[in-house]
Design a protein around this ligand. Structure first.
Ligand code: PGA
Length: 259
């Protein structure tokens, strides 16, 4: 893997404040004596509910752990009830905002246009947005996967001159939370396609640097094989990231692949 892997945990709307300390104690203990080496070679990110960012920052300080936020808004400030700004995220040392997750698209009506605005605003302010794309089961059955991904990426990145810092996550909607991951071959096929697209949009050199994560039922059982694929540079993990031992095993798989 030419690119530094990123293993990202998306906790979604889960956990309570009182779970946090035990979680991180277990996660770090599970990595054991490898902890330092692993965190030197792999980027590990947690995206808790935003209200827990301060606690998570404290509980992971002194370790080289990155923080994410599950959503943010592109405006600087103002009357946008319920939203968080880029500045607020930066106040808590967030480096990886998740943008355009399929649950945001599906339940909160986020359009490719809004997602594009979020991506540009993040990049402009030095954050590394994780742009999520992926097809539904119906679209896959109709063999529209590449078409859908192409449209989502083009709309989200149109007008962007420079994509330095951008991370793309391929998350087939049918694989999210279902226990039914894409096979490594299916995932590699789409990741290769995304890299080709990035090359067309930003040039080959830039495309080689962009990290493309796979997300959708990543588990300790399938992580290694997925991460061994040439164009899979990490994982965006939902369910399994809620269990510290599972997430530690996934982190270790990424470490084993690069070492
Ligand atoms: P999952 O979620 O690992 O539970 O499938 C992945 C995601 O939604 O990012």
């Amino acid at each position: 893997m030419a690119r530094k892997p990123l293993i990202a945990g998306n906790w979604k709307m889960n956990k309570s404040r009182s779970d946090l300390q035990e979680y991180f104690v277990s996660y770090f203990a599970a990595l054991g004596e490898n902890l330092q080496k692993v965190l030197d070679n792999i980027d590990v990110m947690f995206a808790p509910p935003a209200i827990f960012l301060s606690d998570c920052k404290q509980l992971t300080s002194e370790k080289n752990i990155k923080l994410g936020i599950q959503n943010l808004f592109f405006e600087k400030s103002g009357a946008f009830t319920g939203e968080h700004s880029i500045g607020m995220a930066k106040d808590f040392d967030v480096s990886f905002p998740i943008v355009g997750h399929s649950e945001r698209r599906q339940f909160f009506g986020e359009s490719d246009e809004i997602i594009g605005k979020k991506v540009s605003a993040c990049l402009e302010h030095g954050l590394k947005p994780i742009l999520c794309v992926g097809e539904t089961l119906e679209e896959r059955k109709e063999q529209k996967t590449h078409l859908v991904i192409e449209k989502q990426i083009k709309l989200a990145l149109s007008g962007l001159g420079n994509c330095e810092g951008l991370v793309v996550a391929y998350e087939p909607v049918w694989a999210i939370g279902t226990g039914l991951s894409a096979t490594s071959k299916e995932a590699q096929d789409v990741h290769g396609f995304i890299r080709e697209m990035m090359s067309g949009l930003f040039g080959g050199k830039v495309a080689e640097k962009v990290r493309i994560l796979y997300g959708g039922s990543v588990s300790p059982i399938n992580a290694r094989e997925l991460l061994e694929q040439h164009d899979i540079d990490g994982a965006l993990v939902g369910g399994a990231s809620l269990r510290p031992l599972d997430f530690a095993q996934i982190t270790m798989s990424a470490y084993e692949v690069v070492s």
